[in-house]
Structures are given as structure tokens and as C-alpha cells.
Design a protein around this ligand. Structure first.
Ligand code: FAD
Length: 317
């Protein structure tokens, strides 16, 4: 029986869903594995059991006021100690901004293989991941040694929550020392309050919105749908919205169930960040716009007519 370590991620006092998806991924690697969750933060013990309900066998918590916000220095000190103590065969975490940052650091320290941005798993050691900005997929295998993978959110479904599942939650003391960087404050920058990288619906706007004021019509549609708001770089460059919303090759990579592209042309660099969305709806007045080539449903017309009507109709539903 192998041991798989799953690193949970906490945001706003709860787990990011990708933490539960990572548990499911660990089980896919080895159905009979002991899955050990790891939760790091200032005060995380109270939520740790959630990982058990989603399939972890036990959970290790590491708490300290120095761990309130993620820093690569502090988290790598903690994780190196946990990995040393547990000697797992595999480590799974989300391909989030934390996973992207810390996984290569840890893998190089451990001298282990790392497959990042995994969207599917085949067997016990073959991983599918997108390459060339999502235009192709490659199959990667780690032949031996510790398997370290980061999984793309919204691709490997979490197991169903089982309220009756029990498992130990163990506190581990780790002395976090010699930190050169301390985060004093974090300013959140989402318009709708829904996290873009994990949203199941995204309403994304481009330069066709024409102004910062007009961009707000997307907030209204997003609110009705429980969606997050995203943007093209064109919209960000034009200062209609913050760069935190940018989707694409140099922005965020997203895989929602539904992506509504409004007044954006579908430039290759934008498509790189959203082409794996499950259903794509495009609204554009130009029937030749490139976005229609990858859209499942297209509406040709003026977004200023269409978006308010959609908002109104969804509000009734
Ligand atoms: P436009 O291309 O100007 O498209 C606006 C669209 O709105 C048009 O299709 C138009 O028909 C439509 N429209 C206008 N008015 C209306 C209306 N009233 N109703 C309906 N439709 C309307 N871009 C990204 O998005 N993400 C990235 O990560 C990214 N990275 C890049 C990296 C590099 C190195 C480079 C060189 C570029 C990058 N870009 C990126 C920029 C990209 O090439 C495009 O310039 C950008 O995506 C265009 O934004 P847009 O689609 O909003 O604007």
C-alpha cells in the first residue's frame, strides 16, 4: 500500500475545491493508498476534517501565525519536514498560484519527478497535461521515485462528500525560522467574489465593452449566474478592469463548465487560457470573429443589446 500526501489549500477560512480534487487524484494513482492530507495556516485545525470527508484517511495540521499567508520560504520549511516524516510515494496538490510556485521548489530539493498542470491520470503513473497553450496534450510518466504532481482545477472530479467518514487529525509542530519575507496584508481583487481559477461559470469581457463603466454589465450577468468575471488582455490594457481578471497565455488558465466570451475577438493568446472550457458561448457583432471557431454556441449581435437581455432572462429563471 502506497502513501499519498495531499496538500490542501485554504482560502477565506475554507478549502479550495482543488484540495478535494487532489484527494480524488491521489486515489486514482493508487486506490488502496493511505491518503494523508496536509493543511497549513494560522488556524486551520477546525476545518481539517473536511479532507477526511472527501476521502483522506488522516490529516496533518501545521499552525502558526507565521503561516497565515502563503510564502514559499515558510511553506517549504513546513512541507519538507512533513515529507521527511511521512516518506510518501506521491505528493498531489492543486496547480494554483501556490502549487505553481512551491511544487518545483520542493521537487528540486527532493530530487523528485514533477508533472505539473495535470488534467487526467491514466493508471498509476501516467499523466495527461496540455502543451503548446492547450493546442495538444502530452502523456508523461514518472518511471521511478517520488511522484509529485499538480492538478489543474476543475478537471479531476472530487469524490462525493461522506459526512460519516472518520479519520485522525494530528497537529504537527514545526518551527518556522529565519524568514526573510513577511506578508503584512492581502488585498483581494475579484469583482464578483467568485474565484476565477475555480469558477464553474465565467463571464469574460473584451475591448468590445468600450469602457470601464460598460464593463459593469458583466458583473450583473455574473451575479445572476453565480459566475466569476474574467477579461481579455485587450480589456485590461484599456483599463476597463484589473489585470487580476486577465485570462490567457500571460494571464490565468481556466477550465470552467461554461465560459461566456463577450466582445472579445478570440486572439490565440486569449484562447490559450480558456480553450479547455467545457462549453463556450461567444457574443460578438462580427460573424468572422475568431472566437466563433472554438465556440459551442455563438450569438452574433451587439453585446449591449444581448447581455442585459440575458441577465433579465436568467434573473427570471
Ligand atoms: P479585440 O481584438 O479588439 O476584440 C474586440 C472584439 O469585440 C472584436 O471581435 C469586436 O468584433 C467585438 N465587439 C466590438 N464591439 C462589440 C459590440 N458592441 N458587441 C459585440 N461585439 C463587439 N490577450 C489575452 O486576452 N490574454 C493573454 O494572456 C494575452 N497574452 C498575450 C501575450 C503576448 C506576448 C501578446 C503579444 C499578446 C497577448 N494578448 C493576450 C493580447 C492578444 O493578442 C489580443 O490583443 C487581445 O486578446 C485582444 O483583446 P480583445 O479580444 O478584447 O480585443
Amino acid at each position: 500500500m502506497s502513501k499519498q500526501l495531499v496538500i490542501g489549500e485554504v482560502s477565506d477560512g475554507g478549502f479550495r475545491n482543488v484540495s478535494f480534487e487532489a484527494i480524488a487524484a491521489a486515489k486514482q494513482l493508487d486506490e488502496s493508498a493511505e491518503v494523508v492530507g496536509v493543511v497549513i495556516g494560522e488556524s486551520v485545525a477546525s476545518i481539517a476534517e473536511e479532507m477526511v470527508k472527501y476521502g483522506a484517511d488522516r490529516v496533518i495540521t501545521v499552525e502558526s501565525d507565521k503561516l497565515k499567508e502563503y510564502t514559499p520560504e515558510a511553506y517549504s520549511q513546513v512541507l519538507m519536514e512533513v515529507i521527511e516524516k511521512e516518506s510518501p510515494e506521491g505528493i498531489v496538490m492543486g496547480h494554483t498560484y501556490i502549487g505553481r510556485d512551491i511544487a518545483p521548489k520542493l521537487a528540486s530539493k527532493l530530487g523528485s519527478g514533477l508533472v505539473s498542470d495535470v488534467t487526467a491520470i491514466e493508471g498509476s503513473s501516467q499523466f495527461i497535461r496540455p502543451i503548446y497553450s492547450g493546442k495538444a496534450f502530452e502523456k508523461v510518466e514518472i518511471e521511478e521515485g517520488l511522484q509529485f504532481i499538480t492538478i489543474r482545477p476543475n478537471n479531476i472530479p472530487a469524490l462525493e462528500k461522506d459526512e460519516g467518514r472518520n479519520g485522525n487529525v494530528e497537529a504537527l509542530d514545526v518551527e518556522v525560522k529565519d524568514l526573510q519575507m513577511i506578508i503584512k496584508d492581502v488585498v483581494k481583487n475579484t469583482t464578483s467574489g467568485v474565484d476565477l481559477s475555480e469558477a464553474s461559470i465565467i463571464v469574460s469581457g473584451g475591448r468590445g465593452l468600450k469602457s470601464m463603466e460598460n464593463f459593469k454589465i458583466l458583473d450583473e450577468l455574473a451575479e445572476v449566474l453565480g459566475a466569476a468575471v474574467g477579461a481579455s488582455r485587450g480589456a485590461c490594457d484599456a483599463e476597463y478592469c484589473d489585470y487580476a481578471l486577465q485570462i490567457g497565455q500571460t494571464g490565468k488558465v481556466v477550465t470552467p463548465d461554461l465560459y461566456i466570451a463577450v466582445g472579445l475577438s478570440g486572439a490565440i493568446q486569449h484562447v490559450a487560457g480558456m480553450s479547455n472550457s467545457k462549453v463556450i458561448v461567444a457574443i460578438n457583432k462580427d460573424p468572422e470573429a475568431e472566437i466563433f471557431q472554438i465556440a459551442d454556441y455563438g450569438i452574433v449581435g451587439d453585446l449591449f443589446d444581448i447581455v442585459p437581455k440575458l441577465t433579465e432572462e436568467f434573473r427570471k429563471a
